[in-house]
Design a protein around this ligand. Sequence first.
Ligand code: G1P
Length: 297
Amino acid sequence: MSKYKVTKAVIPVAGLGTRFLPATKAMPKEMLPLIDKPVIQYVVEEAVEAGLQDILMITGRNKNALENHFDRVAELEMNLELKGDKDRLAKVMASSELANIHYVRQGDPRGLGHAVLRGKAHIADHSFALLLGDDVMDSRDVLLSKMLAVHEATGENVVALMEVSPDQIHLYGCAVTEGEVEDGVVRITGLVEKPKNDEAPSNLAVVGRYVLRPKIFEILEETAPGRGGEIQLTDALMTAAQHPERAGGVLGVVFKGRRYDTGDKLDFIKATLRLGVDREDIGQELRTWLHEFNNEI
Ligand code: G1P
């Protein structure tokens, strides 16, 4: 097995979801459904699809619903079985059979870098994938498997990049890059967490997928609080980019597919519609309705 073969994924889900209040007052934001599946299930399915069966979720208070979602529900299963409702039974069972999921709590939330550090004991000395729970990548577009292949071949840290409009870059980690290493893969020489739009060095945003060497933990441990007083993963990656001899350099895979920021209200609605129009059960009717609706507004 290659030294850089990845089998584990980390998914931080401790965020409070304040942008979706009051819906997220008593429910984790990751449980909001895109049509009929909670956001978190799309993210776990993406990891499993890329061959990562071992998943560690970094959770926090009020996140019990996530654990319940990926667990068996004997009573519901029995009820559906008695009714002979095989379709629904399969849907209920799917999430509990999807992957081998572990949980660790973040305790006091001190930023994404701090959340990732909570995975140190579970990950030990293997490379791992990191998937942010708010970002849903359309399963019809390839990203994570390409990032894993680049990591396996080079042993470098890999982040997903997307071009965003210059007025949006302040919402993201922003990358400074130098020429293409191969088609769609660039070397990253610098990173800044959420720069002001007019100070951003590029319009290439880091979007929530990373493949990291375990050495990143050492760097995170010595990373001082950065933007917002939080320990930023972006800052640790900047150190890696500048000192490739420590933890490998940083490469960016430029993603041109469909990404949904489910932490954003407008993007959430767009995601529902984009996925909805291609669904077998409701797609045709939704398309027809959307055309009619378009004439109304
Ligand atoms: C985090 C990261 C940021 C990255 C973004 C992608 O920010 O800190 O570098 O660009 O995720 O979604 P957050 O959106 O959690 O504030």
